[in-house]
Design a protein around this ligand. Sequence first.
Ligand code: KG4
Ligand code: ZN
Length: 351
Amino acid sequence: MTCACASEELILGIETSCDETATAVVKDGRQVLSSIIASQEQIHSLFGGIVPEIASRKHTELLMSVTQKALDQAQVSFDNLSGIAVTNGPGLIGSLLVGVSAAKAYHAATGLPLVGVNHLQAHVAANFAEVCEKPLREADLPAVCLIVSGGHSDLVTIAHATDYEVIGLTRDDAAGEAFDKAARVLQLGYPGGPAMAKAAEAGNPEAFALPRPRISDSLDFSFSGLKTALIRQVQELQGEDEAAPDEQTVADLAASFQAAVVDTLTRNTMQAIEQSGVKHLAIAGGVAANRLLRERLSEECAGVGVELHCPPPELCTDNAVMVAVAGHYLLMTREPDNLDLDVFSAMPRAC
Ligand code: KG4
Ligand code: ZN
């Protein structure tokens, strides 16, 4: 972290779309001056998943102090900032409203330009941050990006930092959602993705033959059939007495499930690269923190001469650095938002 001086472009990012209250200050769209994440994981894990009402209340309690911490860590005040970027969807409406209301209040009080950022666009933008091992640069574009989060498994082509075209979409359960549901079936707790990855370390990925779902030639994803196959497998193992599978069997199930998700994501992603002829692949979203996925994509990309860009795991899961980076590019390309800025819960679905 470095100290800021007056001529720099400094964006405050605010992220409250789900269960992380996060703020960050980013310089010139690349350099991370601060990043604060207050996770609500512990509270929600008591309920086995996110309770939206609790999430929005916690954001309300935490956001002001988390914002002050980000300013302190960056050694700046509101006077030094150039703009405020806030996630305004998709996400939990009550949670989004807290971040957007706070950002609008800061904007009204300081006169700083305000910009609403799409959460998925923000995930992609994490790849432009300098803290990435190989940050994505404008010169690397066009690139393909695999966005894999709790609600989305999408493939996009990035033409410019703010210009994406969706080429593959979530048809039903997203990759992260599938991990979370599988973890619940295996009683591994919440959040499911990291718990499944950990359990899988001791398991055999070939122990159970689970499907690698494919929708004809499309790049779209569908994971609900895989989830059902896992549930059936568990029921079969449990038999009539419904005894829970032993620890090794759970590890084997987790490893087999993880392998099926990673194979499916890798297959469609490499197909997208082949079809679009790009030389750069970026990954984004919480599931992009998965080690096996990173390893597989790295191997496959090396095999076809494509450069893989991976944000560090803490910039794959929800954070505000990515919001500030996306805000930087949006403020360069369009008029800022105003107090009419609204929130939206879901992406419009393609027919
Ligand atoms: O992007 P994210 O933090 O929040 C959303 O925008 O949804 O993604 C959260 C998702 C959860 O489903 C979580 O289980 C999954 O990302 N996830 C992982 C890993 N870390 C987080 N899935 C697999 N392996 C991981 N290491
Ligand atoms: Zn996210």
